[in-house]
Ligand binder design. Structure first.
Ligand code: GDP
Ligand code: MG
Length: 163
């Protein structure tokens, strides 16, 4: 498969909300690889006439960060292997957490395109709050509100450019 976009990030940042906005239909919920947690949703999407597949990760990860750190790390490593572009979602409401730092550390080593997406930017105040995410060392970021779609057009314009 070509043009695979993986959505990664710690629990509760809004990955699935954004995924559901992107996809037109659900392809598979169950991962066929035995021994792999059935924890990934696959969908198809299209923007500016360009089709791509989207993987939402971490579906069943719930609860505190420390308990699930290993699982999130595994999901990120899978995404790095599998995807052509990685969308790393963070949450401006919570700010940078230790888990975000961990994920950023993994992603800084990746040669594939990584796009940093600051979610829950619901108002102008939060645009300013998003500045702290520069310190993740991943460069420029996009600000979106996955819940109402604000900012997602600009993100998708840029995404299909690197696909
Ligand atoms: P995931 O665990 O990363 O997949 O996150 P979910 O998509 O399940 O969302 C976690 C919570 O964040 C839910 O309560 C969502 O409604 C909320 N959420 C998602 N996007 C936004 C947003 O743009 N703004 C705000 N304020 N909340 C959001
Ligand atoms: Mg989810």
């Amino acid at each position: 498969m070509n043009n695979i976009v993986a959505i990664v990030g710690r629990p509760n940042v809004g990955k699935s909300t954004f995924f559901n906005r992107l996809i037109q239909r659900r392809e598979a919920i169950v991962d066929a690889v035995s021994g792999v947690t059935r924890d990934r949703n696959y969908g198809k999407s299209e923007w500016n006439g360009k089709e791509f597949s989207v993987i939402d990760t971490g579906g069943y990860i719930k609860g505190s960060e420390d308990v699930f750190e290993a699982e999130i790390r595994r999901q990120v490593e899978l995404a790095i292997d599998e995807a052509d572009v990685i969308l790393f979602i963070v949450d401006v409401e919570e700010g940078i957490t230790p888990m975000d730092d961990e994920v950023a550390k993994l992603l800084r080593k990746v040669t594939k395109p990584v796009m940093l997406v600051v979610n829950k930017v619901d108002n102008a105040m939060r645009v300013k709050d998003a500045v702290e995410f520069y310190s993740l060392g991943l460069g420029e970021y996009f600000t979106i509100a996955g819940m109402n779609g604000s900012g997602t057009g600009e993100l998708l314009d840029a995404l299909v450019e690197v696909l």
